[in-house]
Design a protein around this ligand. Structure first.
Ligand code: HEM
Length: 414
């Protein structure tokens, strides 16, 4: 299958066709901007014939991503076709989970968990999240270097999830461990690590099953595990589906929120005038939150599988083809976000970002994530904390989770 390429020069055409934006090196070296800018310009719907993940289509601009997301009946999320990441997780790794289901089961399961993220529950969690955030910020040193990722982003996100699940507090770092393994698509492919990853997923399922059984024996409560245990759609799931949905709720909330908090610090470090605006007017924090999430885009992509020959952006995509929606690229689309690389807390349309996806699968935890980030900024400003990045960030080496392993920082008082 050939992509209709706009480049005239044959050498250019070959180079364009050879672009493989799934290459983990692009992410570990933070070198993804240029190839995506080129694809948006010259081949926004682009076919890579050969990659470690097999052939795949890349959808790179805002309008085409939206068009694909708006047609879930033509572009399936189903695990039966390989699921929602560029890697085809088959056999033991192919986990049914509602993010990787189509209607009607997707809707049934989504409706089961959605009340845990409704306005009433968010308000209830806000008090708890604020208390924990304050507790953590009050332990942070001024003028001494430390790693923001582990000390702040991971800890706050893990606490937020433990609150959501009503998870045993002292064991909460298990959530981090399982999330790191569950979300690592390179580890899932690597023969040296795939069994270790699988064992962690089994351990996680056994642990959650115990909580599930305990909650089911008690009257329903507002936490997510109790909601699932008492529901028709999720009360009796087979083993693999339980693993799939537990890991979805952990990874869904964990790497994403964590990397938004790390990305925010890195972005404000590069655009300090934007932090100054928040110092001057803390009332603008709520508007800044979607902009930092756009800027970071913690999940670089979601994948769909084409179930009927379909046209996208002038290209004919065949039934069975893998289609990768590069949110990381759509969120840098200059036709929607002028000067897209810049962090701009005044950006009027930041909420049009795709970091939470779009359409029927749009992130169910979006409001909770935004709340956690908003509270973090509010409490930092109250403590007159300005964070400076003091070394080169250590980036995650894969094309799905887009984020940081380490971010050395110093906090200064403004
Ligand atoms: C900044 C933080 C977050 C980002 C960037 C993010 C991103 C995403 C994306 C891209 C999707 C898929 C959308 C699609 O396929 O169109 C998604 C779905 C989902 N997210 Fe999030 N997420 C975040 C926070 C959370 C939190 C805190 C939770 C709660 C535990 C969560 C749970 C989920 C679930 C359960 C789904 C599946 C929804 C469905 O298929 O209907 N996410 N998220």
């Amino acid at each position: 299958m050939a992509t209709q390429l706009r480049a005239a020069d044959p050498a250019e055409t070959t180079a364009l066709a050879a672009i493989d934006v799934s290459d983990p090196l692009l992410y570990v070296h933070d070198a993804w901007r240029e190839p995506f800018a080129r694809l948006r310009r010259d081949a926004p719907v682009h076919y890579t014939a050969d990659s470690p993940f097999g052939p795949y289509w890349s959808i790179c601009n805002h309008a085409d991503i939206q068009a694909v997301e708006a047609r879930p009946d033509l572009f399936s999320s189903s695990h039966e076709f390989g699921g929602i990441t560029i890697v085809d997780l088959m056999g033991d790794f192919n986990l049914p989970q509602f993010i990787a289901m189509d209607r009607p089961r997707h809707g049934d399961q989504r409706r089961t968990v959605a009340p845990a993220f409704g306005p009433g529950e968010i308000a209830r969690m806000a008090t708890n999240i604020r208390e924990r955030t304050i507790e953590l910020l009050d332990t942070l040193p001024f003028d001494t270097e430390f790693d923001w990722v582990d000390t702040v982003s991971i800890e706050l996100t893990t606490q937020m999830l433990a609150i959501l699940f009503d998870f045993p507090w002292e064991d909460r770092r298990l959530l981090t461990l399982w999330s790191d393994w569950g979300g690592d698509i390179e580890a899932a492919l690597n023969p040296a690590t795939k069994d270790i990853r699988q064992q962690h997923l089994v351990d996680m399922t056994n642990y959650f099953d115990r909580l599930f059984a305990e909650r089911r024996a008690l009257p329903p409560t507002a936490d997510l595990i109790s909601m699932m245990a008492h529901s028709d759609a999720m009360g009796e799931m087979p083993f693999q589906e339980r693993t799939g949905n537990y890991i979805l709720l952990i990874v869904g909330g964990n790497d994403t929120t964590r990397n938004s908090m790390s990305g925010a610090i890195h972005a404000f470090h590069q655009y300090p005038e934007e932090w100054q605006k928040l110092i001057a007017e803390p009332g603008r924090i709520a508007g800044a939150v979607p902009e930092v999430i756009r800027w970071q885009t913690p999940l670089a992509h979601m994948r769909r599988t084409c179930v009927e020959d379909s046209e996208v952006g002038g290209q004919m995509i065949k039934k069975g083809n893998k289609v990768v929606l590069w949110y990381i690229s759509g969120n840098r689309d200059e036709s929607i976000f002028p000067a897209a690389e810049r962090l701009d807390i005044s950006r009027p349309n930041a909420r049009r970002h795709f970091a939470f996806g779009f359409g029927v699968h749009r992130c169910v935890g979006a409001r909770l994530a935004e709340l956690q980030i908003q509270i973090l900024f509010e409490e930092m400003l109250k403590r007159r904390m300005t964070v400076r990045v003091t070394g080169t960030p250590d980036y995650v080496a894969q094309c799905f989770v887009h984020g940081y392993k380490k971010l050395p920082v110093v906090i200064e008082r403004h």
